[in-house]
Design a protein around this ligand. Sequence first.
Ligand code: CA2
Length: 156
Amino acid sequence: MAKKSNQSKTLPIFILNGPNLNLLGTREPEVYGYTTLAQIEKMCAAQAATHGLSIVFRQSNHEGEIVDFLQEARTGASAVILNPAGYGHTSIAILDSIQMLKIPLIEVHLSNIHKREPYRHHSYVSRGATGIVMGLGAQGYLRAIDAIGEILKDSK
Ligand code: CA2
């Protein structure tokens, strides 16, 4: 019989993206940049690998589906990176799901929401987030992965 390994593999980082982010790189590049979501996924996978980590990368235009992903993260992820997009400013349901997590969650925004319209200044997600990265474009996802790499290393 095969011997069981004592080494437990770290669960993936769930990288979750909210509504309209599937259109990245096609409109408003002056606000959101030219990088597509598919390119961000590749960049994230490569960055996670430098920390010995893997990712599950998802996007949804539906609030309930994001809630489902967050519930899945409770047992399936070591950490979450979430760009809630417009739902960050409106969704108590997504905040409730975040508050049920016992793992780190980093909120990411491509743009600096505080430099933008007043209705973007408040984020419900921020209340439940371990940390926030904003205004760095696609690079922000990579910096969030670096932060998670450090947090998970420190917690070992
Ligand atoms: O800066 C961010 O990452 C945002 O989360 C993006 C959201 C916006 O509602 C938040 O206030 C800040 C919008 C995502 C829309 O994505 C687009 C993609 C391509 C073209 C236009 C919008």
